[in-house]
Design a binder for this molecule. Sequence first.
Ligand code: ADP
Length: 479
Amino acid sequence: MRRLRLELPLAVQIGAVVVLFGAALGTLWYTSSRVVEREQRRARANERLREANDQLEALGRDAIAGVRPFPDFMDASDWSTLNRRLSDDAARIRERHPGIEGGYYLPSRPDQPFLPDLPRVASDHETGEGSGPAAHSVSPNRQSLYDYVDTQVDAAFRKKTVLSVVEDIAPYTIAIRTAPVRVGGRVVAATWTMTELVDPIYIDQSSRGYRWFAGLALAGIALSLILTINLAQTVRRQTAERERLRTELRRSERLAALGKLLAGVAHEVRNPLAGIRGITQLWQRGLGLGEEAHTHLIDEVDRLEGIVSRLLQFSRADAQDLAPGDLNAVVVEAGRLAEDRARAHEIRVELELEPILPQVEMAAPALVQVLRNLTTNAIQVMKRGDVLRLVTTYDAATASVSASVMDEGPGLSAEVMEHLFEPFFTTKPEGTGLGLAIAREIVLAHRGELRAENLAGGGAVFTLTLPAIQASSGRGAKL
Ligand code: ADP
């Protein structure tokens, strides 16, 4: 199937979905409220029919029960009295219920039609004696109505139960109720009531209108579904594109950082190399080399080695096997390693560990290295009697765990803050400026972040934050 792809601006798509959905819901609401209204009217009509029917039935029962013995030994005058009485009763009830037609049906003597209130086409049937409305002739349209009443009365009589129907008999829509009349446990007659449902919502045209409305609503919903799917596709495409751009950006950022790093390495390596070269040239010229020159040579080589081993840490930062581990354990180890140097400077090391810390994906030795770089810097800026604090926390809102190194040193100036994590940025005469750059690389390789801030009461805090392992996440990823 060809994938539907509307290249419309996102805002237009969202707008269209909202408008269409709103229109569809509005139409559905209108249609359903009209249907409910229609049902209410139908129920009201039924209620009125029932009332009239009950009255007819009660009167009919009394009238019939009053003629004894019914019906087998009735003579013509009994029939005529009963006929007149039922006819009068029916007329009274009709008067009491305007808009409702109704009467009796007594089929037990087919040779004497007893349909006092059912109008007939005069030529078709002989009407009962003294019957009021039955004397009128009716139009063929109406006649089909009464034919229908006939069948309903017949059905109620035979089934011995109340029947209630709404029927379209063009051009009318009518509600009919028919009920058996029982005398002494026998069904001896039936009553009928009928009313025309004249409200426009009962006319055929309006139900066609409904169908249109319902169709429109469905079309609206279908269209808004299509647009929603399209919208979801657009959002997914844009998310993927954003993710791709972010990856690209990270790549180019790292390439730029690598460029800077290499430039720094070249710069850093050049100084000791120049020193070594100078000493070697003196040597070449046969100039004697004193103890000082030897020491200088060894210092320069040490410096080169320091740079190389730091660079090795850099290259390792990216290629570590990550496995679920406990950050508290890493902090305890880093605290232990910092202890000796701290004691030498009369600095106290304190740990504040969050008791329940979710695991994180980590290469523990690399994270120990990060904390080591941080604690080394911290100890270097602190005075005697200061306290170095290592703190772990868990943030449930972002599902991340953190480890902070807090010192009581002078804090970070704006200028230092700006270049803090750049390779080879240092303010120390013997510094390499690689400690924080490496720490940050390692943390990034853990999909975490490393932040530096000044503490309100003086001193600096470096915080590394790593994503906590969610219950469903995979294990042992390799970056
Ligand atoms: P290095 O320690 O070799 O200088 P780093 O990358 O570890 O390299 O640190 C870079 C610079 O950041 C340091 O020279 C120092 O100026 C500053 N710095 C690092 N940690 C702290 C700290 N805890 N307090 C104040 N300044 C710091």
